[in-house]
Design a protein around this ligand. Structure first.
Ligand code: NAD
Ligand code: TYD
Length: 351
C-alpha cells in the first residue's frame, strides 16, 4: 500500500480519488484536518475498504512511526502543508511548524523505519515530496521559465518554508540515502479547491454577488495546471522517476490574473447568466496588492516530458470550463466550506 499525507486537502484528495479509481492498491491517508482539510472531499471513498483515513500530523513522530510499522507502505507521498501565501503573510508560524518541522519529523520517522527493513524493501521504497514552483522566486517578463537547475529564491514565508522542506528532503537523500523524489509544480486549479485561492474565490464571489478582488494591477503571471494533470505527473514520477531527482511540473499555460478572472466571468456569463443581462466582470475590483507579490512564475516542463514521457491532458480552456462546471454542480460543497459547516462534521467525527 501507499501512504499519502494531506489527502483531505485540494490536491491530496484529488490524488487519492484518482489513485483508487485507477488502482486496487490501498491508501493510508494521514491528514491533520486543519481548516484546509475537508473530509467531504473524500465522501465517495469513505466506506471503501481500500482507503484508511487517519487524523494526525506529519509532525507527530510516534504516530508516523507506528503507521509505517503497522502498514509497511512501499511509498509515501507528502502533500501535507500549509499552502496559502496570504495566510503565511499574516501568520508564518504554522508554515514553519508544518512545512519545515513536520517534513523533518516525517523524514526522521522514515529514516528509522527504513533502517529496520531489508535491502529489497529499501531499494524499492520511495518518498515523493510534493513541492511548488514558488521556491524559485519571481521571473522577469522576458526570462526563461524555471528549469530544475534554477536557483532557489523564495520570497514569501510560504515559499521559504517549502524551500526549506525541499532542502531537507535533498539532504536526507545525500546524507542517509533516503530514496526520495521531489516535484515542483505550478499553480493548480480544479475540483475541491478551497475558495480562499484565486480561481474558486472568483467563482464563489461572482455567484454570491460579491466583489471580485484583483490584487494590484492584475498583471501578475501564473502558469496554471489542471489538478488531475498534476496527479498524473506525480503518479508518473513515482513509477518512473530517478531516485534523488527533482521534476518540474507545469502546463505551459502562462496567464495574467486579470485574463484568468475575465475568462471565469465569461464562462459564468454563458453558463449562469445574470437575470439583468449584465456581465460578472462588473463585480471586478482592484484592491491593495499582496506584500512581496511575485510577478511571474513559469515552469519549463521539458525534463518530465522528455525523461518520463508525461504530458498534461487538459488545456487551460478545457480545464477551466470543467472547473466552473464542477463548482456550479457542487454548490452544497461550496456552501459547506464557506459557511464553515464542514468543520462541525469533523468536530462531531473526531471529538
Ligand atoms: P491544501 O492547503 O488544500 O491541503 C493541505 C492538506 O494538508 C490539508 O488537508 C491539511 O489538513 C493537511 N495538513 C496540514 N498540516 C498538516 C500536518 N501537519 N499533518 C498532516 N496533514 C496536514 O493544499 P494543496 O493545495 O492541496 O497543496 C498540497 C501540496 O501541494 C502542498 O505541499 C503544496 O505546497 C503543494 N503545491 C500546491 C500547489 C497549488 O496550486 N495548490 C501547487 C504546487 C504545489
Ligand atoms: P493564489 O490562488 O493565492 O495562489 P499563489 O499565490 O500561490 O500563486 O493566487 C494566485 C494569484 O492571484 C496571485 O498572483 C495572487 C492573485 N490573487 C488575487 O489577485 N486576488 C485574490 O483574491 C487572490 C486570493 C489571489
Amino acid at each position: 500500500m501507499i501512504l499519502v499525507t494531506g489527502g483531505a486537502g485540494f490536491i491530496g484528495a484529488n490524488f487519492v480519488l484518482d489513485w483508487l479509481a485507477l488502482h486496487d492498491e490501498p491508501v493510508v491517508n494521514l491528514d491533520a484536518l486543519t481548516y484546509a482539510g475537508n473530509l467531504e472531499n473524500l465522501n465517495s471513498i469513505w466506506s471503501d475498504p481500500r482507503h484508511v483515513f487517519v487524523k494526525g500530523s506529519i509532525a507527530d513522530y510516534d504516530l508516523v512511526d507506528a503507521l509505517l510499522r503497522s502498514h509497511q507502505p512501499r511509498a509515501i507521498l507528502n502533500f501535507a502543508a500549509e499552502s496559502h501565501v496570504d495566510r503565511s503573510i499574516h501568520g508564518p508560524e504554522e508554515f514553519i511548524q508544518t512545512n519545515i518541522v513536520g517534513t523533518f519529523r516525517l523524514l526522521e520517522a522514515i529514516r528509522g523505519f527504513l533502517a529496520s527493513q531489508n535491502e529489497d524493501f529499501r531499494e524499492s521504497f520511495r518518498f515523493l515530496h510534493v513541492s511548488t514552483d514558488e521556491v524559485y522566486g519571481s521571473l522577469a517578463p522576458d526570462e526563461a521559465a524555471f528549469s530544475e537547475h534554477r536557483k532557489y529564491e523564495p520570497n514569501s514565508p510560504y515559499s521559504a518554508s517549502k524551500a526549506a522542506s525541499d532542502h531537507l528532503v535533498r539532504a536526507y537523500h545525500h546524507t542517509y540515502g533516503l530514496p526520495v523524489l521531489t516535484t515542483n509544480c505550478s499553480n493548480n486549479y480544479g475540483p475541491y479547491h478551497f475558495p480562499e485561492k484565486l480561481i474558486p474565490l472568483v467563482i464563489h464571489n461572482a455567484l454570491s454577488g460579491k466583489q471580485i478582488p484583483i490584487y494590484g494591477d492584475g498583471m501578475q503571471v501564473r502558469d496554471w495546471l489542471f489538478v488531475k494533470d498534476h496527479c498524473s505527473a506525480i503518479r508518473r514520477v513515482l513509477e518512473r522517476g530517478k531516485v534523488g531527482e527533482t521534476y518540474n511540473v507545469g502546463g505551459r499555460n502562462e496567464l495574467t490574473n486579470l485574463s484568468v478572472v475575465n475568462t471565469l466571468c465569461e464562462i459564468l456569463d454563458e453558463l449562469r447568466p445574470l437575470p439583468n443581462g449584465a456581465s460578472y466582470k462588473a463585480q471586478i475590483s482592484f484592491v491593495r496588492d499582496r506584500p512581496g507579490h511575485d510577478r511571474r512564475y513559469a515552469i519549463d516542463a521539458a525534463k518530465i516530458e522528455r525523461e518520463l514521457d508525461w504530458r498534461p491532458s487538459e488545456t487551460f480552456e478545457t480545464g477551466i470550463r470543467k472547473t466552473v462546471e464542477w463548482y456550479l454542480a457542487n454548490d452544497a460543497w461550496v456552501e459547506n466550506v464557506t459557511s464553515g459547516s464542514y468543520r462541525q462534521w469533523i468536530n462531531r467525527q473526531y471529538q
